[in-house]
Design a protein around this ligand. Structure first.
Ligand SMILES: Nc1ncnc2c1ncn2[C@@H]1O[C@H](COP(=O)(O)OP(=O)(O)OP(=O)(O)O)[C@@H](O)[C@H]1O
Ligand SMILES: [Mg+2]
Length: 261
């Protein structure tokens, strides 16, 4: 059997006196989508950031495709060398709520920059590759536009192309559509849907319960830093006997219903 794409073992995280993650263990199988849901402040972003080593867990271990992330395995556990950490982390691409594009660079410039800086590619090769990724997210025609000339949905698709250009095998998304007007979320979710259909391993923090239910192979529900569920959407959504989950879903269903009025 192959290694899980991501293995989180007994991860806890404290910020000062605040316990934000409490003994989280979960596995994400290669080629699957896990959607991370839960109330505000439940620790979703912190967990995702720990899984990318943007944040260091206070205790516990994380493995990416069978390799330790951040610390070496076994006795005499040590910090990984920067080169080793970089290598393991390069398997992960990240997309955040804020697109963080350079305003003075075109879409093509934004996507090719990392290839030139991180991969040391020449301009021509980097731009050719960047153009392929922009095409993939449906933005070939907008390659020479600046962020200010693009809608929020298009900017987020550029950010996705930028992450994909570095060839990750795993993609993390932290509320990728939360900064967008409702009519622009669809185009971003459909790019993510395609990516999932191609077999990309994904972890998606989202409030889009419909997306989570239809695209997620697993739903992880966090509450107060505890992982209460990590199961199929059928199990999690069909029978929310857990009062905290029921309450969370009710809030969302109410909000969804309110938006339809
Ligand atoms: N750098 C930090 N320093 C101190 N506390 C932090 C830090 N980052 C997050 N926290 C706290 O950790 C808790 C979890 O935050 P986190 O951002 O992970 O929640 P979340 O589930 O992503 O919430 P949201 O849905 O609002 O994005 C919160 O109480 C938050 O205030
Ligand atoms: Mg968050």
């Amino acid at each position: 059997m192959s290694d899980p794409a991501i293995k989180v073992s007994h991860v806890s995280k404290q910020f000062g006196d605040t316990q934000v993650l409490r003994d989280i263990s979960l596995e994400v199988a290669p080629g699957t989508v896990s959607c991370l849901i839960g109330p505000s402040g439940s620790g979703k972003s912190t967990l995702l950031r720990c899984m990318a080593f943007l944040e260091q867990a206070t205790s516990g271990n994380i493995h990416i495709e069978g390799e330790p992330l951040g610390f070496t395995d076994g006795p005499g556990r040590k910090r990984q060398s920067p080169a080793e950490l970089r290598r393991v982390r390069s398997k992960i691409g990240m997309v955040f709520q804020q697109f963080n594009l350079w305003p003075h660079m075109t879409a093509l410039g934004n996507v090719s920059l990392a290839l030139r800086r991180v991969r040391g590619m020449g301009r021509a090769e980097a731009e050719e590759r960047a153009m392929k990724q922009l095409d993939k997210v449906g933005l070939k025609e907008r390659a020479h536009h600046y962020p200010a000339q693009l809608s929020g949905g298009q900017q987020q698709r550029v950010a996705i192309a930028r992450a994909l250009a570095l060839d990750p095998t795993i993609m993390f998304f932290d509320e990728p559509t939360s900064a967008l007007d409702p009519e622009l979320t669809g185009e971003v979710l459909s790019v993510m849907r395609e990516l999932a259909a191609e077999g990309m391993t994904m972890v998606v923090v989202t409030h889009e319960i419909g997306f989570a239910a239809s695209v997620g192979n697993r739903i992880a529900f966090l509450d107060g830093g505890r992982l209460l569920f990590h199961d199929t959407p059928e199990v999690v959504f069909a029978a929310p006997r857990e009062p905290r989950l029921e309450q969370f879903l009710d809030t969302y269903l109410d909000r969804g219903a309110a938006m339809l009025k």
